[in-house]
Design a protein around this ligand. Structure first.
Ligand code: WT7
Length: 653
C-alpha cells in the first residue's frame, strides 16, 4: 500500500509514449458528469441505429434504467454489416489459433457469411425474438459466430463456460429456458480431448426446454447423437446454403442481448442480463478509450468467451470497432511455457490483454521463456480479473513491456458490462502507478463509502460504489428483479454497490483491495463460497461445510474447505480425494479446493453461526482473537490440530 502515497513516478510512464499530466482525461470526465445525457447522445453516434432513440436515459423507474430508449439497432449489424458495406470488408476480423496449433482466419465478410447462415439455421429451427440459446463451446470461431447469429435474429444467448459441470450447465439452461443448445463433440485441454458433449448430454437429462442441439465437430471423438434432437453444425450450415442473407432484426435498445451467469453470495448463480444499445455503446467506447485500437493493430484478449471479458472484449467491442482480434483456444503453458510469447511473435500481436494469474505463472516459469521471442510488435499491455500486485505489475512491465509499454489495469465486473476504472491510452495516456487501476472512466461517478454510506475520503478503506447509472450496466437479473435490486442497490437506494473494497490515494487513484463479500477470486474466476459449501453438503459424508479463501502466490486466492462428517464416516485421504472430485463434478475443475480439512466441529457463535473469522485466523496463522462467543473452544483446537497436520503432510511432499 505504500505505493498509494507515491506521487506519479515518471519511470512508470513510458517515454516512448508522451508523458501526460492526465488533464485531458480529467476534463473529459468532468464534461461527462456535468451533462451525462448530452455526453452519451454524442457518443452514441459511433453506433449505427435503425431508428434514433427518443431519450438518452430514462430514469423514471430506478434502478431499472433504460438507455437510449426508443432507439432501434442490431448488434450483429454493427459488428458485421457496416464493415462489410465499407472499407473493412476484406479486413481480418479474427485470427484463431487452436490448442493444437491450427490457425484459421476470418475476414469481416467471411464472418458475416457464417453468421447469416447460422441465423438462417436458427430461424428454420423456429427460434424467435426473445428466445434463449445456450452455448457450451470451447474458444473456437463457432462461438462468436453463434453469439452474433443469435443477436442477428433477436435471440438472447447464455454462454456457459465449457469447463463447467453437467449440473452447472443444467441449472443455467433451466433458469433461462433455452430452446437451442450449441455445443461441440469435445474440446482440447493440454492436447487431450475432453468429452464436453457427454457433459451436455448429462445436463440435458434434467432439462426440458431444449429442442435442438447443434454440435460442432472439434475433436472428432466418438459421441452419441440423439435422433431428432442433435444435429451436426456442418450439416445444417451446408443445408442453409452458401449465400444466404438474414435481415437483422430491429431490436429495441432496451431488449436483452444476453444472460451470463456469475457467482454471488448465495448458492444460486445470478443471471446477469445485459441489454442491447447501452451495452454496445459502452463496449465500443471503453475499448476505444482504454486500448484505442486502430486498423494496424492485432489485438489479443486472452479471456475465454465463457466469461464477460470474452463477451465484451473478444466479441462485441472489437467487432463493433472493426478491429482484428486474435482468439486463442488453449492453455498458456501448452505445449511449452512460451506459448503466449510464441503466439505474439508469430502473429505480430500489438495489444496483449492478460491476467495477473497468468503473469504470476510466467514469473515462476522464468523470464528466459519470454526473452526467447521477439515481442517488438507489442505496443500496449493490459490486465484484468483480480488485483495485480505491484511485484507482478513490475515484472510484466520490465520483462514483457521492456520498460516501454503502458499497463492498462482494468477494473470491472460481469455486471458493469465493460471497464469502469482503468488507465486510458485513448484520450491521452494516464500516468501509471504499479498496482493501481488508476481512475474512473468518463461518466463513471465512483466513490468509496463506509458502512454508514458516508464517503470515506482519501486514504481510508471502504466499499466501492457507483453513484450514477452508466450505459453498460446490467439491466436486471434474469427473471429476478427483486434480487437485482437487493444485491446491487439494497444497501443504499440508487447507489450501485460493487462488493469490492477500495482505497483512494491523494491523487484520486483507486487501489482495489478485493471482494468485501463471500465471493472468492480464484485465478480471476469468481466463485461463491456458498456454492462450494452447498456442493460439499450435497455429498452423503458431509454434515457441515465452511469454505474460505487462502492467499496463493499464483492464483491470488484458492478455496480451502473445512468440513464436519456425518456419523458413520471417518476422515481419510480417500474421502478427501472423493470430496474434491465431487466438487469438480458438481461445479467444475475451476472450483477445485486447495485442501479439504476434516474437523470434529466448526467454530460457531452461541446462535449457531459459523465463525469465519476464526477459520480465517487458523488459515493465515494469525492469533485467534476474542473467542468469548464460541459455544465450545475445543473446536478451534481441533481445527488447528487438523490443519497443522495437513500442513505437515503437504510440506512433506
Ligand atoms: C470482480 C469481478 C472484469 C471481468 C473479469 C472478472 C475483481 C476484476 C480487477 C482488477 C482488481 C479486479 C473484482 C470484481 N476484479 N478486475 N483490474 N483489479 N480486482 O469479472 O467475474 O464479474 O469479477 O473481479 O473483485 O468485483 P467478474
Amino acid at each position: 500500500m505504500s505505493e498509494a502515497s507515491l506521487p506519479f513516478n515518471e519511470k512508470y510512464c513510458p517515454s516512448s509514449v508522451s508523458v501526460t499530466s492526465g488533464e485531458k482525461r480529467r476534463q473529459e470526465w468532468e464534461k461527462s458528469i456535468k451533462n451525462l445525457q448530452e455526453f452519451w447522445a454524442e457518443k452514441a453516434k459511433a453506433i449505427d441505429w435503425f431508428k434514433p432513440f427518443d431519450k438518452v436515459l430514462d430514469d423514471s423507474n430506478p434502478p431499472f434504467y433504460k438507455w437510449f430508449a426508443g432507439g432501434e439497432l442490431n448488434v450483429s449489424y454493427n459488428a458485421l454489416d457496416r464493415h462489410v458495406k465499407a472499407h473493412r470488408k476484406n479486413k481480418l476480423a479474427y485470427i484463431w489459433e487452436g490448442e493444437m496449433g491450427e490457425v484459421k482466419t476470418y475476414t469481416y465478410y467471411q464472418l458475416y457469411r457464417e453468421v447469416n447462415k447460422l441465423a438462417k439455421v436458427f430461424k428454420d429451427f423456429g427460434l424467435k425474438k426473445g428466445d434463449r440459446v445456450a452455448v457450451f463451446l470451447p474458444v473456437i470461431p463457432e462461438l462468436p459466430i453463434t453469439l452474433l447469429a443469435t443477436a442477428r435474429i433477436g435471440g438472447i444467448h447464455a454462454v456457459v463456460f465449457s469447463g463447467f459441470s453437467a449440473e452447472a450447465l443444467a441449472d443455467r439452461i433451466n433458469d433461462c429456458g433455452a430452446k437451442i443448445l450449441v455445443t461441440a463433440d469435445g474440446s482440447f485441454r493440454r492436447g487431450k480431448p475432453v468429452a464436453i458433449k457427454e457433459t451436455a448430454d448429462r445436463a440435458l437429462l434434467t432439462t426440458t426446454s431444449v429442442e435442438k442441439v447443434i454440435v460442432v465437430k472439434r475433436t472428432g471423438q466418438p459421441i452419441q447423437m440423439k435422433e431428432g434432437r442433435d444435429v451436426w453444425y456442418d450439416d445444417v450450415m451446408t443445408k442453409a446454403g452458401a449465400n444466404v442473407y438474414v435481415e437483422p432484426e430491429h431490436m429495441q435498445s432496451t431488449d436483452p442481448l444476453f444472460i451470463l451467469y456469475t457467482s454471488g453470495t448465495t448458492g444460486k448463480p445470478k443471471g446477469v442480463q445485459h441489454g442491447t444499445g447501452g451495452y454496445l455503446v459502452w463496449a465500443y467506447w471503453t475499448l476505444k478509450w482504454a486500448f484505442n485500437p486502430s486498423d494496424e493493430d492485432i489485438y489479443w484478449c486472452v479471456a475465454d468467451i465463457g466469461w464477460i471479458t470474452g463477451h465484451t472484449y473478444n466479441v462485441y467491442a472489437p467487432l463493433s470497432l472493426g478491429v482484428t482480434a486474435l482468439l486463442f483456444e488453449g492453455t498458456p503453458d501448452y505445449p511449452a511455457q512460451d506459448r503466449w510469447w510464441d503466439i505474439i511473435e508469430r502473429h505480430g500481436v500489438t495489444i496483449l490483454y492478460g491476467t495477473p494469474t497468468a503473469v504470476r505463472m510466467f514469473m515462476k516459469f522464468g523470464e528466459q521463456w519470454v526473452l526467447k521471442h521477439d515481442l517488438s510488435s507489442l505496443r500496449l499491455l493490459g490486465t484484468v480479473g483480480e488485483p495485480i500486485n505491484p511485484e507482478a505489475w513490475r515484472w510484466y512491465y520490465r520483462v514483457v513491456g521492456k520498460e516501454k509499454l503502458p499497463i492498462i489495469d482494468t477494473w470491472w465486473q460481469t455486471e458493469t458490462g465493460g471497464f469502469m476504472i482503468a488507465p486510458l491510452s485513448g484520450i491521452e495516456l494516464t500516468p501509471l502507478k504499479p498496482g493501481s487501476a488508476t481512475l474512473p472512466l468518463p461518466a463513471i461517478n465512483a466513490d468509496i463509502y463506509d458502512e454508514k454510506g458516508q464517503s470515506v475520503g482519501t486514504g481510508n478503506k471502504g466499499l466501492l460504489v457507483v453513484k450514477s447509472p452508466w450505459p453498460g450496466m446490467l439491466q436486471t437479473l434474469w427473471k429476478d428483479p427483486e434480487r437485482f435490486k437487493q444485491t446491487y442497490f439494497g444497501k443504499w437506494a440508487n447507489i450501485y454497490c460493487t462488493g469490492d473494497y477500495a482505497i483512494k490515494d491523494p491523487d484520486g487513484y483507486y487501489w482495489l483491495l478485493g471482494r468485501a463479500d463471500e465471493v472468492l477470486k480464484v485465478a480471476g474466476h469468481r466463485i461463491g463460497t456458498v456454492e462450494l459449501e452447498s456442493a460439499l453438503v450435497s455429498h452423503p459424508a458431509v454434515s457441515e461445510a465452511a469454505v474460505m479463501g487462502k492467499e496463493d502466490s499464483v492464483k491470488g486466492e484458492v478455496p480451502v474447505a473445512f468440513v464436519t462428517l456425518r456419523s458413520g464416516f471417518q476422515p481419510s485421504d480417500e474421502l478427501r480425494a472423493e470430496l474434491v472430485k465431487h466438487i469438480r463434478t458438481t461445479i467444475g475443475p475451476i472450483a477445485t479446493p486447495d485442501a479439504i480439512v476434516i474437523v470434529n466441529k466448526l467454530p460457531k457463535t452461541r446462535s449457531g453461526k459459523i465463525m469465519r473469522r476464526i477459520l480465517k485466523a487458523v488459515l493465515v496463522g494469525a492469533p485467534i482473537g476474542d473467542v468469548s462467543t464460541l459455544e465450545d473452544d475445543a473446536s478451534v483446537e481441533d481445527i488447528k490440530v487438523t490443519y497443522e497436520e495437513l500442513r505437515r503432510q503437504i510440506n512433506k511432499k
